[in-house]
Design a protein around this ligand. Structure first.
Ligand code: ATP
Length: 338
């Protein structure tokens, strides 16, 4: 399989802000690749570097093996879907979608035919005559997608494309994007700060922090084997134990994470396991399971217990002392940073 996009030690500074700092990645052709990270971590700048809207301060970018430096955006085999859709309000949906072809000088009959095909691809066949104002948010997002796809790019760049939609619609569009990706077989590069979104759709996820990639892995690996405190915190729902508490529990200061579902509760300490005494703060009923918040040495930890487990037969109450434990094998060691 060939490499669609390759960054070799790419940096991009704005004044003294290093928006992207020594990033090296290889995005495979046909891959659904996500860039995940908090606001300001450099994701959008990476996307704009691929699109050609920005140039690296140092390092090089190759697109399908070709050095991208000096190649203008419209000559790159990529297209971008923006969060705000950037539709022209005074144009019909059809003309919005066909816009890129018009700029390229494609004749009208072909333009119209391809616009209709692109609209059908995003389940908006028959909506061509409407104006963007006559569409719902989700439909506008689909028009933006159709417009980006009409040029048949080999790489589709998506910058928080679902950010403006409500939760239900966002989940629906996630399914549609994933199926569109499968259907088209092209490379998707997807920017988001929503970990659920990145984990549910992607083949691989790069986690950004301060312009650098802290970890690049498939979703399951990121979730189960976070390598740093930042990744464990940003991607997962695991308890992160560090500093004095880690020292007290394991005899070592090294930080580690432990998933809430691996924590067991008991009335008494079991010397065979890693464990500690704590105090129950709160119990939340979630149907099949309950989530128990426990304070251990000033730090709050969460345990998730199936509602049929014997742990809960203790009839936990807030304020009650409790012993917590977990199997050593469930601990994931974390580095403090890169
Ligand atoms: P968000 O999710 O908020 O879009 P992001 O992870 O995409 O964040 P970037 O937009 O890439 O982050 O920004 C990275 C850093 O670079 C930020 O500190 C930002 O302020 C800065 N930056 C980005 N573009 C410019 C610019 N054109 N001029 C000056 N600073 C910029």
């Amino acid at each position: 399989m060939s490499i669609a996009v390759e960054f070799s030690a790419v940096s991009r500074s704005f004044g003294n802000v290093k928006a992207v700092d020594q990033v090296s990645i290889q995005i495979q052709e046909g891959e659904f690749f996500s860039m995940l990270g908090p606001s300001g971590s450099g994701k959008t700048t990476c996307l704009r570097l691929i699109a050609g809207f920005e140039q690296p301060s140092s390092g090089s970018i190759r697109i399908f093996g070709q050095e991208a430096g000096g190649v203008p955006p419209y000559e790159r085999d990529v297209n971008t879907v923006f969060q705000d859709y950037a539709l022209f309000p005074h144009m019909s949906v059809r003309d919005n979608v066909a816009y890129g072809l018009m700029v390229k000088g494609v004749a009208k009959p072909e333009r119209l035919q391809r616009a209709e095909e692109a609209l059908q691809l995003v389940a908006l066949g028959g909506y061509g005559d409407r104006s963007p104002a006559q569409l719902s948010g989700g439909q506008r997002q689909r028009v933006a997608l159709a417009r980006a796809l009409i040029n048949r790019p080999r790489v589709l760049l998506l910058d928080e494309p679902l950010g403006a939609l409500d939760l239900k619609l966002r989940e629906q569009m996630q399914l549609e994007l994933k199926s569109l990706h499968r259907q088209l077989g092209i490379t998707f590069v997807y920017v988001t700060h929503d970990q659920g979104e990145a984990l549910s759709m992607s083949d691989r996820v790069a986690v950004f922090n301060k312009g650098r990639i802290e970890q690049l892995a498939p979703p399951r690996e990121l979730y189960n084997q976070p390598q740093t405190v930042f990744v464990a915190d940003f991607v997962g729902t695991a308890n992160i134990i560090r500093g004095a508490l880690a020292q007290q529990l394991t005899g070592q200061a090294q930080a580690f994470s432990i998933r809430p579902e691996h924590i067991r509760l008991a009335a008494a300490i079991d010397r065979e396991q890693i464990n500690a005494e704590g105090e129950v703060l709160d119990i939340q009923f979630h149907g099949a399971s309950s989530r128990v918040e426990i304070r251990v040495n000033g730090q709050q930890l969460a345990a998730v217990l199936p509602n049929d487990s014997s742990d809960l037969s203790m009839r936990l109450q807030p304020g009650q002392p409790v012993a917590i434990s977990w199997p050593r094998a469930a601990m994931v060691a974390l580095r403090e940073g890169l």
